[in-house]
Write a new protein. Structure first.
Length: 255
């Protein structure tokens, strides 16, 4: 059995400086020219090609982390969940979100499917109140809290993920305690590997009025050092990646 990483959409409403959608250059945020924005995975492509008949039992787990977009940006996210569960009742799946998207009905519907330790929603939130917009630029805190509470009160299982930066590293315990008060099942903090403390300080949480396109091509390495310790997680975990336009790649790094 395999693990499937799904990109439901390349749409996202925020402007996180460390996101693969953007490049911080000359003290401003640019769109990357290789990213195709606002794509949405076709529900029928997902169902007919991956979850029809015996195909549904190829997958032990489905992950919707969001390489370029927020899974909650897809209006049919609950229908994707239903397809997976009807086709394979034992399947595990989860989605990551910044927490700002979706209305109350969206979150109540999601709670019907994401309500066990093997099927859940991870809220990627790094601070409390307006301080959360230092990295997650464009967020609306009241919406995040409303969506968290609506989902949890409807029986959904929620987990909290905090990315640790220079500006919030002293708040880990504060956020952990806050998550417990809201009813989150778990809390974890992870280090920022995008090295964007400088861009966070420069952008200062202000939503850009206009974003130009950066025409620099994607940087790749011509060769791999002989003595490296990189292990391919796709091979280790028997994992493949489904893009928002329906293409299949060995992993999200190929997209």
């Amino acid at each position: 059995m395999y693990k499937l990483e799904v990109e439901l959409t390349t749409f996202c409403n925020l402007f996180c400086p460390g996101c693969l959608r953007y490049k911080f250059k000359d003290n401003i945020l640019h769109r990357k020219n290789e990213v195709i924005y606002d794509q949405f995975l076709d529900l029928n492509v997902f169902k007919e090609n991956l979850f029809k008949g015996s195909n549904a039992f190829l997958w032990r787990a489905v992950e919707g982390i969001g390489t370029y977009g927020d899974p909650l940006g897809h209006k049919d996210i609950a229908e994707f969940c239903e397809i997976m569960l009807v086709s394979n009742p034992r399947i595990r799946f989860f989605f990551h979100t910044n927490g700002t998207l979706g209305n109350e009905d969206t979150w109540k519907n999601l709670a019907k499917f994401c309500n066990t330790s093997n099927r859940y929603i991870t809220f990627s939130v790094d601070d409390i109140g307006e301080d959360n917009s230092k990295y997650r630029i464009g967020q609306t805190w009241d919406l995040i809290v409303r969506n968290m509470q609506t989902f949890i009160n409807a029986g959904g299982v929620a987990k909290w993920k905090m990315v640790v930066f220079e500006h919030n590293k002293h708040k880990i315990d504060i956020l952990k305690n806050y998550s417990q008060k809201l009813g989150f099942k778990s809390f974890r903090s992870v280090l920022d590997y995008s090295d964007c403390d400088e861009s966070i300080k420069t952008l200062n949480g202000i939503t850009p009025k206009k974003i130009s396109v950066c025409n620099e091509s994607r940087q790749t390495k011509d060769s791999i050092p002989e003595n490296h310790n990189v292990e391919c997680q796709s091979l280790i975990n028997k994992m493949i990646y489904l893009t928002a336009n329906g293409d299949i790649y060995p992993c999200c790094m190929w997209n």
